[in-house]
Design a protein around this ligand. Structure first.
Ligand code: TMP
Ligand code: MG
Length: 289
């Protein structure tokens, strides 16, 4: 048993199942492992000293690259749609079109702002974004053991990359699936590239990227990390999967959502702002403890 699984933030519906999965994964060896993680509110903190931390979108919303009027409109969208995102009384079918609406409206507003590519780094460095405590160990350990890390995010790829670059952990084993900005020849945002990724279509996103999963076909064991129930489908593109261990961060509306998280994630971390448990699992899987 991994001692950190007794931390007070840890909840598991079936601890024996977790043990069995871990046992199979240790036996298979870390050269058969791949990690797939969400970004916002999974690798980044949800709150710090009682204050909410920003998502990729919020980093832009709160920066100088957009006007006060646009900020107000984006805040309005956030206050309208975020409660829907986390509302456990509504079905995914009901939420899905509303989430598409949120992302579409937000991206249209951002494009109207003619954001300059060369100002993104400053927007990130001036923001209050924080990776979860233990991020250094998480990224460095995966890199040292040549374990591929796919960051699968409905946020903004350009911003996400800048966050991990500035934190010094954008190592060569990291791949990102996300919404990328398309800049014109003078470096001004003109659109978003490709298919939109929102929180409830990660399955479709995964299935579009067969090439990535084809390359990783010798790694049928998956550690999945997310904070939304939509993140559970991030591994749907994995070929011939053998074992999957799902770790879910439950950051907000804990009581209403706890049962559904316990039913779908193997390990649920309640209001845990650290990567202590995922790191302990990784150490265990790579034989470092
Ligand atoms: P994730 O898949 O990396 O967690 O990114 C999705 C998060 O982004 C989701 O929790 C909602 C959030 N979001 C904003 O904060 N502002 C926005 O304008 C949009 C469209 C999404
Ligand atoms: Mg998230």
């Amino acid at each position: 048993m991994i001692p950190e699984l007794s931390n007070p933030s840890v909840c598991m519906k079936d601890p024996q199942r977790v043990q069995d999965i871990l046992h199979s994964m240790v036996k298979a060896g870390s050269n058969t492992l791949q990690v797939i993680s969400d970004f916002d509110m999974t690798l980044t903190r949800f709150s710090h000293n009682g204050k909410r931390c920003p998502t990729c979108h919020n980093i832009l919303d709160n920066s100088k690259v957009i006007s006060a009027d646009c900020k107000q409109q984006l805040d309005h969208l956030l206050h309208t749609y975020y409660p829907i995102e986390i509302d456990s009384s509504r079905s995914v079918e009901e939420k899905l079109p509303l989430m598409v609406e949120w992302w579409t409206k937000a991206h249209d507003l951002l494009v109207e702002q003619k954001i300059r590519k060369d100002l993104l780094a400053e927007a990130v460095s001036e923001s209050e974004v924080m990776l979860r405590e233990g991020f250094q160990l998480f990224f460095d350990h995966l890199h040292e053991h040549s374990i591929p890390l796919l960051i699968f995010s409905a946020g903004i790829g350009d911003i996400l990359e800048e966050v991990i670059r500035q934190a010094g952990v954008f190592h060569s084993n990291v791949n990102v699936f996300s919404n990328y900005m398309d800049f014109d020849e003078s470096g001004v945002l003109r659109a978003f590239k490709g298919e939109l990724i929102h929180i409830y279509n990660k399955r479709e996103g995964a299935l579009l990227n067969t090439g990535h999963f084809q390359e990783l076909r010798t790694r049928p064991n998956v550690l999945l990390m997310g904070d939304s129930l939509g993140d559970l489908s991030m591994a749907d593109g994995v070929q011939d999967m053998e074992n999957i261990l799902k770790i879910g961060f439950l950051n907000d509306k804990v009581e209403e959502r706890k049962q559904s998280y316990l039913d779908s994630y193997d390990i649920v971390l309640i209001k845990d702002e650290t990567l202590e448990v995922p790191n302990a699992v990784l150490m265990h899987l790579t034989g470092n403890k």
